[in-house]
Design a protein around this ligand. Structure first.
Ligand SMILES: *[C@@H]1O[C@H](CO)[C@@H](O)[C@H](O)[C@H]1NC(C)=O
Ligand SMILES: *[C@@H]1O[C@H](CO)[C@@H](O)[C@H](O)[C@H]1NC(C)=O
Ligand SMILES: *[C@@H]1O[C@H](CO)[C@@H](O)[C@H](O)[C@H]1NC(C)=O
Ligand SMILES: *[C@@H]1O[C@H](CO)[C@@H](O)[C@H](O)[C@H]1NC(C)=O
Length: 546
């Protein structure tokens, strides 16, 4: 039976695909009744989505960035903002502190988040480095009774399970039983005990033909039918369906190398499904979109009479535009804007490179004070680099930094951060305050430091009384996926008055490779090469769409 919302959706789609497209699109846009993919052009991979009342939630993976596993919130499935992180501090071993060793690319991979109404708890599960599965929980503050709203996020480590639930998807069933679908190639289901702290049963439920590689499991019970969505990495999404959580499961392919919605990006795959209050289902997936990372796209689903989901396509491809899923006046803040660090905590837009040394930073005195935390010549070994996702297709990030309390030997600045990186900043040496652009910092394929970079350009001498410097990075993360010849470039700029900017150094060519997983980010750093004691004050950061 079609709901009114579904009928409205069909009629809009019929209009879109019948020639009057431009007019219809224009009319709909003026009423803000359509949305464009990607829904949020930022690097939020391995997503898991669900809804409580009017609020959609979205959990994502973050590797060795800290805090980890951000949770985003939306009222319409299109506009999202990060509201918390499920893992406030990576408790997976000392290398996550970036002291004597490092954990680049390890840490939080595809993981799962759900709300359990019976205990009023959010539950996050993630397998770390193929070993144990870590559990973090947060009080729901009566989220179900409050239409999905959470008044205060407070995450607690709730132990580990000695099994790796690789790429897991949690299902809290109608009878409150907790199941975890997981694995690669061999898809398994585990049943947890009543409080979700241990495993009570575990079975292999599905293996594809010819041991095809499948992963990224998400598990659902829809009207008594069990579904496990799994991905064939970088290409297809499969749906497994059964009358029982334990199978046997039949399989069908939902999408296979589906075109669109962005040229040069990878195929949309590995996501989850969620329904609106009106009962319309959406598949939210991600696309490899390097150098920017992996970015979310959404499309409606319909169901066949025998219970298989089908993606609503536009001209045979993943639509660039679809009708807005939910008409609502509730909004979330946009990803752009100025952060003056005046809050009592860092906003959820920020993640450190590995766990920070909390004794070496504070929000005080009109900004974010970064004391040098490491003596090193290597940015990749320096603690307390603070990072921020880049908004695509093109955006700028501007850090206003007071450099007057740097010590001799200190290096501070604004970095375009990834496994190949570049920065604009200050090299403070004795009495000189050198304004420099440094490029070609790089990690090896085993994530050891290959190059600490080289000074590619030196700026003019700064006045001795210079306090504030504006460091500005213009980044273009339009997908230039591996195999294409296009290379995206970033330029570095500075200003001493916040108004007049000068470019410094050559454009930096960003890498399109996927192996680091995380896409490029803006970052701010301050490390010592000689002795600790210096500091910078980051007075503001502003991201603007270009
Ligand atoms: C957070 O949760 C822990 C464990 O349940 C509790 O001890 C603590 O008081 C809570 N803190 C806040 C600020 O709610
Ligand atoms: C589930 O059942 C409800 C109530 O009968 C129905 O409206 C809905 O379409 C069903 N959903 C799916 C995905 O079959
Ligand atoms: C949004 O607000 C407008 C103006 O107050 C109102 O007319 C409209 O009904 C509201 N829409 C929804 C979906 O609440
Ligand atoms: C810095 O010194 C110059 C002269 O050397 C002066 O014109 C300028 O106002 C000073 N700026 C500040 C912020 O004190």
């Amino acid at each position: 039976m079609y709901t009114p919302a579904l009928l409205a959706l069909f009629s809009l789609l019929a209009n879109i695909s019948c020639g009057a497209r431009l007019n219809v699109k224009h009319e709909l846009a003026s009423r803000a009744e359509t949305f464009d993919n990607p829904i949020l052009w930022e690097d939020y991979p391995d997503l898991d989505v669900f809804r409580i009342g009017d609020v959609f939630y979205y959990s994502s993976s973050t590797f060795a960035f800290s805090p980890g596993a951000p949770v985003l919130k939306s009222y319409d499935l299109v506009n999202w903002t990060p509201v918390t992180h499920s893992v406030p501090r990576l408790n997976f071993g000392s290398k996550y502190n970036l002291e004597k060793s490092r954990a680049y690319v390890q840490g939080i991979w595809a993981s799962t988040l759900r709300y359990r109404e019976s205990s009023d708890k959010f539950i996050w599960l993630g397998c770390i480095e193929g070993g144990r599965t870590y559990i973090w929980t947060a009080d729901g503050t009566n989220a179900a009774a409050n239409n999905g709203e959470v008044s205060n996020w407070n995450w607690t480590s709730a132990g580990t399970i000695p099994v790796c639930y690789y790429d897991n998807g949690l299902l809290i069933d109608d009878d409150d039983t907790m199941y975890v679908a997981y694995g690669n190639t061999q898809i398994r289901v585990a049943q947890l005990n009543a409080d979700g702290t241990a495993e009570v049963k575990n079975e292999l439920v599905y293996e594809g033909p010819n041991q095809i590689y499948l992963e990224g499991a998400r598990m659902y019970n829809i009207n008594g039918t069990y579904y496990i969505f799994v991905t064939q990495p970088a290409s297809a999404e499969w749906v497994l369906k059964s009358d029982s959580p334990w199978g046997p499961y039949e399989s069908r392919i939902l999408v296979d190398r589906i075109k669109g919605p962005l040229p040069n990006a990878g195929y949309s795959h590995q996501g989850g499904i969620v329904d609106t209050q009106d009962g319309v289902w959406y598949y939210v997936a991600f696309m490899d979109s390097y150098p920017g990372g992996r970015i979310p796209v959404a499309a409606p689903l319909t169901w066949t009479a025998d219970g298989w989901p089908e993606l609503v396509t536009v001209d045979g491809a993943w639509g660039k535009t679809y009708p807005v899923p939910v008409a609502t006046n509730k909004t979330v803040p946009p990803p752009t804007g100025l952060d003056d660090f005046s809050g009592s905590a860092l906003s959820e837009e920020w993640e450190w490179n590995h766990n920070p040394d909390d004794s070496k930073w504070e929000l005080a005195g009109g900004g974010l004070r970064l004391h040098t935390a490491t003596i090193t010549t290597d940015l990749f070994s320096a603690r307390n680099t603070l990072t921020h996702r880049i908004l695509g297709p093109k955006s700028s990030g501007t850090f206003r930094i007071d450099i007057s309390k740097m010590s001799s030997g200190d290096r501070a600045g604004a970095v375009l951060f990834r496994d190949t990186a570049a920065y604009i900043g200050i090299h403070k040496d004795d009495s000189t305050t050198g304004l420099v652009m440094v490029n070609d910092l790089s990690l090896t394929s085993g994530w050891q430091t290959d190059s600490t970079g080289r000074v590619a350009a030196t700026g003019p001498a700064l006045a001795a009384n210079t306090t504030d410097l504006w460091l500005h990075i213009k980044a273009d993360i339009t997908p230039a996926f591996s195999g294409t010849t296009a290379v995206r470039q970033t330029t570095f700029w500075y200003s001493t008055d916040g108004t007049n900017y000068e470019k410094l150094g050559p454009a930096f060519k960003m890498s399109n490779t996927w192996q680091f997983f995380t896409g490029y980010r803006f970052g701010v750093f301050n490390f010592a090469t000689q002795a600790l004691g210096g500091e910078v004050l980051v007075k503001s950061f502003e991201m603007e769409l270009l």
